[in-house]
Design a protein around this ligand. Structure first.
Ligand code: FEO
Length: 394
């Protein structure tokens, strides 16, 4: 447990989970993650903002004893997902006079997921305030970042915003305050890709609102606290923007090297035209690298071998992930090689339909690519170049 004073009567009470290697059983973590909880002590009432991942409930509760927190009046649930709400039942046992304060959607989730009784929950509306005496909490309902039940809690007198998952990162630390670094940026970007990218439009709305609030500090529920809010707000603003970068993403899987050869050829042709590409091995690669690449890529060209009569399963996995994460890519195509026949691209193109991508003519070869196939790859590179120019990326 880390227990640290943030400001007068505001404390961090969170936990580094450095052994956590993967989140949501989906994205590998570089540095584990932290679960952040905050204690706000007014001269009349004490509130705890978000609690703890259930695995660490015992240590979390012990830290209240160790740090002399003998009374909790309110448990603020910014979000119902259990990495933040999981210790609420145990908190209510330890502090039976406490009331859980949250919005109506989250209240329903807490009742369904944690069996919190109705009478222990106080439902608040957007912008409603809760007085702790000389400190006031104001609630900003923020559906979509991350769940429909998410809200932010604003500590008014201190001008601090607790943003729950929003503006967070899977990152651990000794000191709780952010020190800008490439590692922190990569972790935050990967976190954004998995958790926030599907809701980029909503992210843009809240980034604008928070910038207008001109808060002094952002305290998320994962990753470090930002004393310079614009550091994380500017990064999120870039990642959530509508326009991708002059980058082509090349996920590939190849059984006999034919597809790899074509992917390498296309990558070199794109480089000659001033377009960087990111190759991603769909079998041996780290899904986190793919997620990060999806944040920036404007074009995705997926290369796959035929397995039996369809694409390699790893290709389906990538296409499905892309369809879930809703990246800002605008253009797509396929490259592939087959031995005896089948439908290589049809189902994948169908899965990508909701992304409304501009699909360029794919290149399909039997066995190894021949001179006429390389010519088609030249044409694909030229088409991508022209489209990136039209999008003013070059
Ligand atoms: Fe960190 Fe959506 O929970």
């Amino acid at each position: 447990m880390i227990y640290k004073k943030i400001k007068e009567n505001i404390f961090y009470a969170g936990m580094n989970d450095e052994d956590r290697l993967i989140f949501d059983e989906l994205i590998p973590l570089d540095h584990g993650t932290s679960y952040n909880s905050y204690i706000v002590i007014g001269n009349e009432k004490t509130a705890v903002i978000d609690t703890m991942y259930p695995k660490f409930t015992k240590e979390y509760l012990k830290s209240f004893d160790e740090n002399g927190i003998t009374k909790v009046d309110y448990i603020i649930a910014n979000h119902g997902e259990q990495d933040h709400s999981g210790s609420i039942p145990a908190m209510l046992e330890k502090f039976p006079m406490a009331t859980v304060v949250t919005n109506a959607v989250c209240a329903n989730n807490l009742k369904e997921m944690l069996l919190i009784p109705d009478e222990k929950i106080q439902v608040i509306k957007n912008d409603e305030e809760l007085s702790l005496g000389d400190k006031t909490l104001q609630f900003k309902i923020a559906p979509g970042v991350h769940w429909p039940d998410t809200m932010f809690t604003f500590i008014k007198e201190d001008n601090i915003l607790c943003t729950c998952d929003f503006l967070g990162a899977h990152f651990i630390f000794d000191d709780v305050f952010a020190v800008p670094s490439n590692e922190l940026e990569r972790s935050a970007k990967k976190y954004f890709a998995e958790i926030m990218m599907p809701f980029s439009t909503v992210c843009r709305k809240y980034i604008k609102q928070i910038k207008e609030m001109n808060v002094s500090m952002i305290m998320p529920s994962h990753g470090p606290i930002h004393k310079n809010p614009n550091y994380i707000l500017d990064l999120y603003e870039d990642w959530a923007g509508e326009k991708g970068k002059n980058v082509v993403l090349l996920p590939y899987v190849s059984m006999y090297n034919s597809t790899t050869e074509m992917i390498n050829y296309l990558s070199n042709k794109l480089a000659e035209k001033g377009i960087p590409s990111i190759k991603y091995d769909m079998v041996d690669g780290n899904l986190g690298d793919l997620a990060i690449a999806l944040v920036d890529g404007t074009t995705i060209v997926l290369g796959t071998s035929m397995v039996l009569a369809g694409p390699h399963p790893a290709a389906f996995n990538t296409v499905y992930l892309a369809s879930l994460l809703k990246p800002k890519a605008k253009i797509a195509s396929f490259i592939g090689s087959y031995g005896w026949g089948g439908n290589l691209f049809g189902k994948m193109a169908e899965m990508l339909t909701p992304l409304k991508l501009d699909v360029i003519e794919p290149v399909l070869v039997k066995g190894k690519a021949k001179p006429e196939d390389f010519k088609k790859l030249d044409e694909m590179a030229e088409t991508i170049y022209q489209k990136h120019k039209e999008l003013e990326l070059i």
